[in-house]
Design a protein around this ligand. Structure first.
Ligand SMILES: [Zn+2]
Length: 336
């Protein structure tokens, strides 16, 4: 069988390692440590657990593959040996059909083994083999897991760790936002500084005018043919504006178009409602709405002839300097 790998990958080749041999078998990881191994942070708990999860999954697959011979390849014969009356007729119309079934089953089982081998030798596993090999060398050939059995379900552990990390990230983002919000709301005039900085950026197609009421402004998007009204809501708890609301200004006698309504829906469900800089950048992202393709399907209009009216903020980076800007991806409602 030409598909049996060379001797340097014993477990993948024999596919029947005993549990006790499992970790020693990993010494034979092919091409391990050939210098092309990507740099990996082995001090990271998540990295270690995810690697163990991959090894554990390989072992699970080995147990499945062990059933390939003889039971797996003989599957088409099972109904025959189980049936008592007129056996052959009940299952296959002719010996040649039965033979074809046996051939096909054998081919399927073989391709399962080949898939397994390419995972085993694939780029994802290479650095893990290199690490295992190095650790066994360091411990003078001692196996890394002396009991020879998996003591944990590393896949489950990995999910828990990822979840915990995400929660931690969200928490620190929330804390950061709290600090920013407190600063933005700390004085009555802070919002005017934000508007000035925005106007100085001279974004093409976007014009800001002061509103008639206090804490209000209008934003004209010339190419989109839209005027948006932005109004600050006051809250007795803070000196500045607690939240910014946005609405479409339409000429008398005309109600908002479907496009305007979709844009308003997206603007009014945004995050950081206290953040005028965020809102102005988000509004600006609509300046070229009639020529901005969808970030997902890359088309301008979808099958319903709709423009990408959804805006999704790109990952928010901590502010490098005083003036922070936000970038948005355009998406169709059915691509979001
Ligand atoms: Zn799309």
């Amino acid at each position: 069988m030409s598909t049996i790998p060379n001797a340097s990958a014993p477990a993948a080749g024999s596919i029947v390692p005993k549990a006790e041999e499992k970790l020693s078998a990993t010494q034979g990881g092919p091409q391990a440590g050939n210098g092309n191994t990507p740099q990996i942070n082995w001090d990271s708990e998540i990295q270690l657990v995810s690697s163990l999860a991959k090894l554990q999954e390989l072992e699970r697959q080995i147990h499945v593959l062990r059933q390939s011979v003889p039971d797996g390849v003989l599957e088409p014969l099972v109904p025959i040996s189980n049936s008592k009356a007129s056996p052959l007729k009940a299952v296959a119309e002719s010996p040649s059909l039965l033979r074809e079934e046996l051939n096909q089953t054998a081919r399927n089982k073989l391709s399962n083994i080949e898939n397994f081998q390419s995972t085993w030798r694939g780029p994802e596993l290479q650095p893990i083999w290199a690490r295992v090999e190095a650790r066994i060398k360091e411990s003078n050939g001692q196996l890394l897991q002396p009991t020879g059995i998996w003591e944990m379900d590393y896949d489950v552990l990995l999910q828990e760790l990822l979840k915990a990390e995400k929660t931690k990230e969200e928490e620190s983002q929330r804390e950061e936002e709290d600090v920013e919000r407190a600063k933005a709301q700390s004085s009555e005039g802070e919002w005017e500084t934000v508007v000035e900085r925005f106007v100085q950026r001279n974004i093409p197609g976007v014009r800001v005018v002061k509103g008639q009421k206090a804490f209000s402004l209008g934003v004209a998007l010339a190419k989109a043919g839209m005027i948006l009204l932005v109004e600050g809501m006051k809250d007795p708890d803070v000196s500045g504006v607690s939240e910014w609301q946005v609405s479409a200004k339409t000429p008398p006698g005309r109600s908002p178009t479907k496009l305007e309504n979709s844009i308003m829906d997206c603007l009014n469900t945004r995050s950081r409602k206290w953040d005028l800089a965020f809102l102005l950048d988000m509004i600006s992202s609509y300046a070229d709405i009639k020529s901005t393709p969808c970030a997902k399907c890359t088309r301008l209009t979808n099958n319903g002839a709709q423009l990408p009216t959804i805006r999704r903020v790109q990952p928010i980076q901590p502010p490098q300097e005083e003036q922070r800007t936000f970038a948005f991806d355009a998406l169709h409602s059915d691509c979001a």
